[in-house]
Design a protein around this ligand. Structure first.
Ligand code: APR
Length: 244
Protein backbone atom coordinates (compact mmCIF):
# COMPACT_ATOMS: atom_id res chain seq x y z
CA UNK A 1 0.00 0.00 0.00
CA UNK A 2 2.77 2.46 0.91
CA UNK A 3 4.34 2.35 -2.57
CA UNK A 4 0.97 3.22 -4.06
CA UNK A 5 0.51 6.07 -1.57
CA UNK A 6 3.99 7.40 -2.39
CA UNK A 7 3.07 7.37 -6.09
CA UNK A 8 -0.22 9.19 -5.34
CA UNK A 9 1.75 11.83 -3.38
CA UNK A 10 4.38 12.27 -6.14
CA UNK A 11 1.62 12.78 -8.73
CA UNK A 12 -0.16 15.22 -6.37
CA UNK A 13 3.00 17.25 -5.80
CA UNK A 14 3.57 17.39 -9.56
CA UNK A 15 0.04 18.64 -10.21
CA UNK A 16 -1.00 22.26 -10.83
CA UNK A 17 -4.78 21.99 -10.26
CA UNK A 18 -5.74 19.00 -8.09
CA UNK A 19 -9.28 18.20 -6.93
CA UNK A 20 -10.86 15.57 -4.71
CA UNK A 21 -14.08 13.76 -5.63
CA UNK A 22 -15.79 12.21 -2.61
CA UNK A 23 -18.65 9.85 -1.90
CA UNK A 24 -20.35 8.29 1.09
CA UNK A 25 -17.30 6.15 1.83
CA UNK A 26 -15.40 9.10 3.31
CA UNK A 27 -18.16 9.54 5.91
CA UNK A 28 -18.61 5.92 7.05
CA UNK A 29 -15.79 6.51 9.56
CA UNK A 30 -18.03 9.26 10.96
CA UNK A 31 -20.73 6.57 11.44
CA UNK A 32 -22.85 7.62 8.47
CA UNK A 33 -23.69 4.48 6.45
CA UNK A 34 -22.87 4.48 2.75
CA UNK A 35 -25.28 3.19 0.09
CA UNK A 36 -23.67 0.26 -1.73
CA UNK A 37 -20.94 -0.89 0.66
CA UNK A 38 -21.45 -4.07 2.66
CA UNK A 39 -23.53 -2.23 5.32
CA UNK A 40 -24.99 0.18 2.79
CA UNK A 41 -28.43 1.80 3.02
CA UNK A 42 -29.56 0.28 -0.29
CA UNK A 43 -29.11 -3.20 1.20
CA UNK A 44 -31.84 -2.36 3.75
CA UNK A 45 -34.00 0.22 2.00
CA UNK A 46 -35.34 0.53 -1.56
CA UNK A 47 -33.48 3.46 -3.26
CA UNK A 48 -36.92 4.63 -4.47
CA UNK A 49 -37.42 5.95 -0.91
CA UNK A 50 -35.00 8.78 -1.84
CA UNK A 51 -36.92 9.62 -5.01
CA UNK A 52 -39.14 12.56 -5.94
CA UNK A 53 -41.99 10.24 -6.94
CA UNK A 54 -41.94 8.50 -3.54
CA UNK A 55 -42.03 11.91 -1.80
CA UNK A 56 -45.13 12.77 -3.89
CA UNK A 57 -46.76 9.35 -3.37
CA UNK A 58 -46.10 8.93 0.37
CA UNK A 59 -44.71 12.06 2.09
CA UNK A 60 -45.07 10.47 5.56
CA UNK A 61 -43.11 7.36 4.47
CA UNK A 62 -40.53 9.60 2.77
CA UNK A 63 -39.97 11.61 5.99
CA UNK A 64 -39.83 8.40 8.01
CA UNK A 65 -36.89 7.28 5.82
CA UNK A 66 -35.17 10.67 6.08
CA UNK A 67 -35.72 10.87 9.84
CA UNK A 68 -33.75 7.62 10.22
CA UNK A 69 -31.00 8.86 7.89
CA UNK A 70 -30.91 12.23 9.61
CA UNK A 71 -30.24 10.68 13.06
CA UNK A 72 -26.78 9.50 11.93
CA UNK A 73 -25.99 12.69 9.97
CA UNK A 74 -26.96 15.07 12.79
CA UNK A 75 -24.66 13.27 15.26
CA UNK A 76 -21.72 12.90 12.87
CA UNK A 77 -18.46 14.80 13.21
CA UNK A 78 -15.72 15.13 10.57
CA UNK A 79 -13.14 12.32 10.66
CA UNK A 80 -9.41 12.33 9.89
CA UNK A 81 -10.15 11.98 6.18
CA UNK A 82 -12.18 15.21 6.09
CA UNK A 83 -9.53 17.01 8.10
CA UNK A 84 -6.66 15.92 5.85
CA UNK A 85 -8.50 17.18 2.74
CA UNK A 86 -9.02 20.54 4.49
CA UNK A 87 -5.28 20.63 5.29
CA UNK A 88 -4.35 19.84 1.64
CA UNK A 89 -6.57 22.76 0.58
CA UNK A 90 -4.97 25.03 3.21
CA UNK A 91 -1.44 24.31 1.95
CA UNK A 92 -2.59 24.93 -1.62
CA UNK A 93 -2.32 21.35 -2.91
CA UNK A 94 -6.08 20.85 -3.34
CA UNK A 95 -8.18 23.43 -5.20
CA UNK A 96 -11.70 21.99 -4.81
CA UNK A 97 -13.66 19.12 -3.34
CA UNK A 98 -16.54 17.90 -5.51
CA UNK A 99 -18.75 15.83 -3.25
CA UNK A 100 -21.85 13.67 -3.65
CA UNK A 101 -22.39 13.80 0.11
CA UNK A 102 -25.17 15.83 1.78
CA UNK A 103 -23.70 15.65 5.32
CA UNK A 104 -21.66 18.92 5.18
CA UNK A 105 -18.74 17.16 6.92
CA UNK A 106 -16.20 18.64 4.48
CA UNK A 107 -17.31 22.16 5.47
CA UNK A 108 -17.43 21.22 9.17
CA UNK A 109 -13.97 19.70 8.73
CA UNK A 110 -12.58 23.05 7.52
CA UNK A 111 -12.70 22.76 3.71
CA UNK A 112 -13.74 25.99 1.97
CA UNK A 113 -14.08 25.21 -1.77
CA UNK A 114 -16.70 22.45 -1.68
CA UNK A 115 -19.14 21.74 -4.51
CA UNK A 116 -22.14 19.78 -3.22
CA UNK A 117 -23.58 18.07 -6.31
CA UNK A 118 -26.48 16.63 -4.31
CA UNK A 119 -27.03 19.69 -2.08
CA UNK A 120 -26.96 19.30 1.66
CA UNK A 121 -29.44 18.38 4.39
CA UNK A 122 -29.14 21.54 6.55
CA UNK A 123 -32.28 23.17 5.07
CA UNK A 124 -35.65 21.96 3.84
CA UNK A 125 -38.06 23.87 1.60
CA UNK A 126 -41.72 23.91 0.64
CA UNK A 127 -42.47 22.06 -2.58
CA UNK A 128 -44.82 24.90 -3.72
CA UNK A 129 -43.73 28.28 -2.37
CA UNK A 130 -40.09 27.39 -1.59
CA UNK A 131 -40.23 28.84 1.92
CA UNK A 132 -37.31 27.42 3.93
CA UNK A 133 -36.98 25.80 7.34
CA UNK A 134 -34.11 24.03 9.10
CA UNK A 135 -34.35 20.27 8.50
CA UNK A 136 -33.80 19.88 12.25
CA UNK A 137 -37.16 21.57 12.88
CA UNK A 138 -38.89 19.48 10.19
CA UNK A 139 -37.56 16.25 11.74
CA UNK A 140 -38.77 17.35 15.21
CA UNK A 141 -42.22 18.07 13.75
CA UNK A 142 -42.28 14.65 12.05
CA UNK A 143 -41.18 12.85 15.23
CA UNK A 144 -43.90 14.65 17.24
CA UNK A 145 -46.87 13.70 15.06
CA UNK A 146 -45.56 11.11 12.59
CA UNK A 147 -46.74 13.26 9.72
CA UNK A 148 -44.74 14.94 6.97
CA UNK A 149 -44.02 18.57 7.99
CA UNK A 150 -45.99 21.22 6.17
CA UNK A 151 -45.24 24.77 5.08
CA UNK A 152 -46.58 27.34 7.54
CA UNK A 153 -47.37 29.73 4.68
CA UNK A 154 -49.13 27.64 2.01
CA UNK A 155 -49.67 24.31 3.74
CA UNK A 156 -47.90 22.15 1.12
CA UNK A 157 -45.33 19.56 2.17
CA UNK A 158 -41.78 20.48 3.15
CA UNK A 159 -38.87 18.41 1.74
CA UNK A 160 -35.10 18.32 2.43
CA UNK A 161 -33.21 20.64 0.05
CA UNK A 162 -31.15 17.74 -1.31
CA UNK A 163 -31.19 16.31 -4.83
CA UNK A 164 -33.64 13.40 -4.92
CA UNK A 165 -33.54 10.61 -7.47
CA UNK A 166 -35.35 11.83 -10.63
CA UNK A 167 -34.01 15.38 -10.05
CA UNK A 168 -31.08 17.09 -11.79
CA UNK A 169 -27.83 17.38 -9.79
CA UNK A 170 -26.64 20.84 -8.76
CA UNK A 171 -23.66 22.81 -10.10
CA UNK A 172 -22.73 20.05 -12.54
CA UNK A 173 -21.70 22.63 -15.18
CA UNK A 174 -19.35 24.29 -12.68
CA UNK A 175 -18.02 20.89 -11.53
CA UNK A 176 -17.36 19.84 -15.13
CA UNK A 177 -15.65 23.15 -15.91
CA UNK A 178 -13.42 22.63 -12.86
CA UNK A 179 -12.71 19.03 -13.93
CA UNK A 180 -11.66 20.32 -17.38
CA UNK A 181 -9.14 22.60 -15.64
CA UNK A 182 -7.77 19.85 -13.36
CA UNK A 183 -4.71 17.68 -13.90
CA UNK A 184 -5.23 15.46 -10.85
CA UNK A 185 -8.29 13.93 -9.22
CA UNK A 186 -8.29 11.80 -6.09
CA UNK A 187 -11.52 9.83 -5.64
CA UNK A 188 -12.30 8.95 -2.04
CA UNK A 189 -15.06 6.56 -0.97
CA UNK A 190 -17.28 6.34 -4.03
CA UNK A 191 -18.53 3.34 -6.01
CA UNK A 192 -18.48 5.64 -9.09
CA UNK A 193 -21.71 4.16 -10.45
CA UNK A 194 -23.96 7.25 -10.26
CA UNK A 195 -23.94 9.67 -13.20
CA UNK A 196 -23.50 12.46 -14.08
CA UNK A 197 -21.45 12.84 -10.85
CA UNK A 198 -19.03 10.03 -11.77
CA UNK A 199 -18.18 11.92 -14.98
CA UNK A 200 -16.02 14.32 -12.91
CA UNK A 201 -13.05 11.97 -12.28
CA UNK A 202 -13.45 10.51 -15.75
CA UNK A 203 -13.16 13.96 -17.40
CA UNK A 204 -9.92 14.70 -15.50
CA UNK A 205 -8.38 11.43 -16.65
CA UNK A 206 -9.65 11.45 -20.23
CA UNK A 207 -8.22 14.90 -20.83
CA UNK A 208 -4.72 13.85 -19.71
CA UNK A 209 -4.86 14.31 -15.94
CA UNK A 210 -3.93 11.82 -13.25
CA UNK A 211 -6.53 9.71 -11.42
CA UNK A 212 -6.07 8.21 -7.96
CA UNK A 213 -8.88 6.07 -6.49
CA UNK A 214 -9.07 5.35 -2.75
CA UNK A 215 -11.96 2.96 -2.17
CA UNK A 216 -12.50 -0.23 -0.14
CA UNK A 217 -14.04 -1.97 -3.15
CA UNK A 218 -13.24 -2.02 -6.89
CA UNK A 219 -14.86 0.66 -9.07
CA UNK A 220 -15.63 0.86 -12.84
CA UNK A 221 -12.89 3.52 -13.25
CA UNK A 222 -10.10 1.41 -11.69
CA UNK A 223 -9.09 0.31 -15.21
CA UNK A 224 -8.18 3.90 -16.24
CA UNK A 225 -6.75 5.02 -12.87
CA UNK A 226 -3.04 5.73 -12.31
CA UNK A 227 -3.24 4.48 -8.72
CA UNK A 228 -5.92 2.35 -6.98
CA UNK A 229 -5.73 1.90 -3.21
CA UNK A 230 -8.32 -0.43 -1.66
CA UNK A 231 -7.91 0.76 1.92
CA UNK A 232 -9.82 2.91 4.45
CA UNK A 233 -9.96 6.57 3.45
CA UNK A 234 -8.73 8.01 6.77
CA UNK A 235 -5.72 5.63 6.90
CA UNK A 236 -4.66 6.50 3.33
CA UNK A 237 -5.25 10.25 3.66
CA UNK A 238 -3.27 10.40 6.92
CA UNK A 239 -0.36 8.67 5.16
CA UNK A 240 -0.62 11.02 2.15
CA UNK A 241 -0.17 13.99 4.49
CA UNK A 242 2.73 12.21 6.23
CA UNK A 243 4.50 11.40 2.94
CA UNK A 244 4.22 14.93 1.50
N1 APR B 1 -12.77 4.06 3.09
C1 APR B 1 -12.77 3.87 1.74
N2 APR B 1 -13.85 3.44 1.05
C2 APR B 1 -14.97 3.20 1.77
C3 APR B 1 -15.05 3.37 3.17
C4 APR B 1 -13.88 3.82 3.83
N3 APR B 1 -13.85 4.01 5.16
N4 APR B 1 -16.31 3.03 3.57
C5 APR B 1 -16.99 2.67 2.45
N5 APR B 1 -16.19 2.76 1.38
C6 APR B 1 -16.53 2.53 -0.03
C7 APR B 1 -17.52 1.42 -0.26
O1 APR B 1 -16.84 0.20 -0.45
C8 APR B 1 -18.23 1.88 -1.54
O2 APR B 1 -17.62 1.33 -2.70
O3 APR B 1 -17.17 3.72 -0.47
C9 APR B 1 -18.03 3.40 -1.56
C10 APR B 1 -19.32 4.17 -1.35
O4 APR B 1 -20.12 3.93 -2.49
P1 APR B 1 -21.70 4.27 -2.43
O5 APR B 1 -22.26 3.69 -1.18
O6 APR B 1 -22.28 3.88 -3.74
O7 APR B 1 -21.73 5.85 -2.25
P2 APR B 1 -21.56 6.95 -3.38
O8 APR B 1 -20.59 6.55 -4.41
O9 APR B 1 -21.32 8.24 -2.67
O10 APR B 1 -23.03 7.00 -4.03
C11 APR B 1 -23.30 8.02 -4.97
O11 APR B 1 -25.62 7.37 -4.95
O12 APR B 1 -27.52 6.70 -3.83
C12 APR B 1 -26.88 7.78 -4.38
O13 APR B 1 -27.22 10.01 -3.70
C13 APR B 1 -26.57 8.83 -3.35
O14 APR B 1 -24.72 10.39 -3.35
C14 APR B 1 -25.06 9.03 -3.44
C15 APR B 1 -24.72 8.45 -4.81
Amino acid sequence: MYDKIRKAVELLKGSIHAIAFTGAGISTESNIPDFRGNQGLWRKFDPKMASKSYFKEDPDGFWNFYAQRYEAIAKAVPNEGHRVLAKLEEIGLLKYIVTQNIDRLHIKGGSKSVIELHGNILMSHCESCFSEKFTDECIEEFKKNGKAPRCKYCGDYMRPSVVLFEEPVRLIDLAMEIACRSDYCIVIGSSLVVYPAALIPEIVKRQGGRLVIVNLEPTPLDCIADVVINERASVVLKKILEFL
